[in-house]
Design a protein around this ligand. Sequence first.
Ligand code: PBG
Length: 327
Amino acid sequence: MLKRPRRNRSSAAIRGLVRETQLTANHLIQPLFLVNGQGIKEEITSLPNNYRMSLDEALKEVEACLALGISNFILFPAIPEEHKDKTGTFSYHPDNFYLKIALEIKARFPEACLISDVALDPYSIDGHDGIVRGGKIVNDETLDVLGKMAVAQAEAGFDLIGPSDMMDGRVQKIRESLDGAGFTDTGIMSYTAKYASAFYGPFRDALDSAPKASDDIPKDKKTYQMDPANKREALIEAELDTAEGADFLMVKPALHYLDVIALLKDNFELPIAAYHVSGECAMLMAACRNGWLEYEKAMPEALLSIHRAGADAIITYFAKDFATLSS
Ligand code: PBG
């Protein structure tokens, strides 16, 4: 035998020399679920170890993460029913606690990078990412709301705007709105290939943002989020986002879509982000809590796989735990 691949695995030192991928806390983005109020830290039943937090608790969490080397955070609001309407106007209202919390976090921790979520669903009585009319999600009118939302978020100090709505033309609309308001340095992390996935359940529990079921309203997001069966279509979305001025191209979910991550990595120069979504994290956690998998080993392997597939940045509910384990 002339070739023996096992030679390069024969000691920890040699394995270190030939290791192709290293994941650090630098690559990770910690999601935070935010509520209005004080002293609130409620665990999300379907996503153990993750909480809906008020400002004071969120500040403690950001401080703890920064100390562990996590500098990137993506923020999501749980909006009370009385602030929801058909067109998501509370998203850019000056009283929106989401914007105020971002301002406070940036004031206390300017070194933290804050990423926003742009979509109507947390603010919509219909639970959809766009405006619903006559049983349809109306694209172009929704863009106006998204533009306003993005500018309000930039004013609140968000470093990266995260359109997760999948409307056509949204990246260009947001880029023009930001530039028009003087926010030329605020970036866009676009949810480029976001699939109509069954793995968003715990997230929708956390925010009470599931699409509502009624005769006039589509019960799912299949007319705007992508079909899980499609891969080549992700190239169309990536071309558009690149042309429209995105700074990151995101694939979501992550673990079940590693082929899509690799495809975009191979075909585009922009950095690739991947969203390791709530359901993907919840299933791993459930298996670990049952004693069927070992958390300390299975969790880092899952994140490493996403990085190896080509994701530069990974949004994951395990960010803090990963950093804790590797510190
Ligand atoms: C909102 C949004 C969703 C997620 C991120 N932003 C839910 C959805 O599209 O229904 C899901 C994230 C997760 O499951 O962790 N548009």
